[in-house]
Design a binder for this molecule. Structure first.
Ligand SMILES: [Zn+2]
Length: 276
């Protein structure tokens, strides 16, 4: 059988793949899942945080337990099923405190968040979870010796957030930016938001910043690695949006650069004109 993993990536079992992408930041990949999700476990000195939990096809908790003995908070970048599938397996759960999500919290349990979940695409069911922390954008998560700033990054989804580790110059961008097709054709996708989020992120980034996304793709040899991007990719995305806006065209697909393209639903253009 051909090796599915790039150099430096190792199997945890027959499903999960691991790579320490920066000191204390472990990428946990699921290359056999058709969406090729990559989740990120961030270790501090006192606590750990798992950013995204995968689709839940497999239980991710044994992987997390093998990587750290610290208490772990699980936090999804947004509520899509392929990021929240294992959320209910954790006892300490954080969710971005954005208005669009608050309405789904009933009697202390976060219920299926309407069309922000999309589990019906793949026959998956939401399990209600008790949220321990509602952290607003701008909140700085202190893991002890490591801080992560929550940055609102709507565009793909209205509830989407990224995590910024300024000290290590690492951005965990989840579904906002990754390799391949960026989805702006799902409910709540909004190109004006996408552009606004680029503008919010870019001042923080340098040419040395490493950006890690939540979906990977195999290289020409069929091998998988944690999807790594750079500031230039975020600039290319913003440039693509600006050119698109100027053109007045509303295509269903727009090329960004050789690594990414946007799939765009008609609804994503609605807030477009005059918005930026
Ligand atoms: Zn998503």
């Amino acid at each position: 059988m051909p090796n599915m993993l790039a150099d430096g990536v190792r199997w945890f079992d027959d499903w999960f793949a691991l790579r320490e992408v920066a000191p204390g930041i472990h990428a946990i990949g699921e290359p056999r899942f058709h969406q090729v999700n990559w989740n990120y476990l961030v270790l501090g000195e006192e606590r750990a945080l798992l950013f995204d939990t995968g689709p839940g096809v497999r239980d991710i908790t044994p992987v997390v337990r093998a990587l750290t003995g610290l208490s772990v908070t699980a936090m999804p970048s947004h509520m899509h099923f392929d990021h929240t599938g294992n959320l209910h397996r954790f006892t300490d759960i954080a969710v971005a405190d954005v208005p669009v999500l608050r309405g789904f919290d009933r009697d202390g349990l976060l219920q299926e968040p309407g069309n922000l979940y999309l589990g019906h695409y793949e026959g998956m069911r939401w399990t209600p979870v008790r949220v321990s922390h509602w952290w607003p954008p701008g909140h700085v998560i202190n893991l002890g010796g490591r801080k992560l700033e929550i940055i609102a990054t709507p565009g793909h989804a209205p509830d989407h957030v990224a995590l910024w580790d300024a000290a290590h110059d690492v951005l965990l961008a989840a579904d906002f930016l990754y390799l391949g097709a960026l989805y702006a054709q799902v409910p709540g996708s909004n190109l004006a938001d996408y552009a606004g989020s680029c503008k919010a992120l870019l001042p923080r980034l340098t040419a040395a910043t490493r950006i890690f996304g939540a979906h990977g793709q195999a290289d020409e040899e069929g091998r998988h690695d944690a999807p790594q991007l750079a500031k230039q990719d975020a600039e290319d995305l913003l440039n693509t949006l600006n050119v698109l806006k100027k053109s007045g065209d509303e295509p269903a697909r727009a090329e960004i650069n050789g690594r990414m393209h946007l799939l765009i639903g008609a609804h994503a253009y609605e807030a477009w004109h005059g918005a930026f």
